[in-house]
Design a protein around this ligand. Structure first.
Ligand code: COA
Length: 159
């Protein structure tokens, strides 16, 4: 059985922190499905297509990373792709508390599904999409937190 993992998120925008987790997951698993969630409740700055495109472009040359959009339950996406592993990045204890609740609920809905936590490398431990958007909105420098192409997309969106 192929060792396939799903890495879900809102990616509003994709940051270097997410990229760090995806690259490491791509080394650990045969294939990784990066799942861009609609996350309507978060009122994303970038629409679903924009988030999908920026994530696809960032991994266009990584053979075992596929980027998809989803609007539904993560467990249903896992079943659709035949994946039994969810990957999530953990930056802090606060992340762990939130993530462990989600992992538990997902497992209640799909008992064969496991969530694997990767500790976000310390370099990206304080990065969040909200903070990146805020810094950019008020003219701060975000070049250390997102790839150059995504920095351009963010600045263009906010101009
Ligand atoms: N580096 C940098 N930032 C990171 C990070 C990392 N390694 N890991 C997470 N983050 C940040 C994100 O930028 C994001 O910041 P923001 O809140 O400022 O936007 C935050 O941590 C969490 O975002 P993300 O990882 O994208 O997760 P999310 O909470 O937006 O997404 C879903 C959660 C989509 C996985 C979850 O809601 C889901 O599964 N939805 C589908 C519906 C479902 O099945 N619900 C039942 C679940 S039990």
């Amino acid at each position: 059985m192929a060792n396939k993992a799903i890495y879900p998120g809102t990616f509003d925008p994709l940051t270097n922190g997410h990229i760090n987790i995806i690259k490491r997951a791509a080394e650990l698993f045969d294939s990784v499905v990066v799942a861009v969630a609609k996350s309507a409740g978060k009122s994303p700055l970038f629409d679903s297509q924009e988030r999908l495109d920026m994530t696809k472009n960032a991994f266009s040359t990584t053979a075992n990373v596929e980027v998809v959009f989803f609007d539904g339950l993560l467990v249903d996406l896992a079943k659709k792709h035949g994946a039994r592993v969810i990957v999530r990045g953990i930056r802090s204890i606060a992340d762990f508390e939130y993530e462990s609740q989600m992992a538990g609920m997902n497992r209640k809905m799909m008992p064969e599904l496991d969530t694997v936590f990767l500790r976000t490398d310390p370099e990206w431990g304080d990065v969040s999409s909200t903070l990146v958007r805020d810094i950019a909105r008020y003219g701060g420098n975000i070049s250390n937190f997102v790839p150059a192409e995504i920095e351009k997309i963010i600045l263009n969106k906010l101009s």
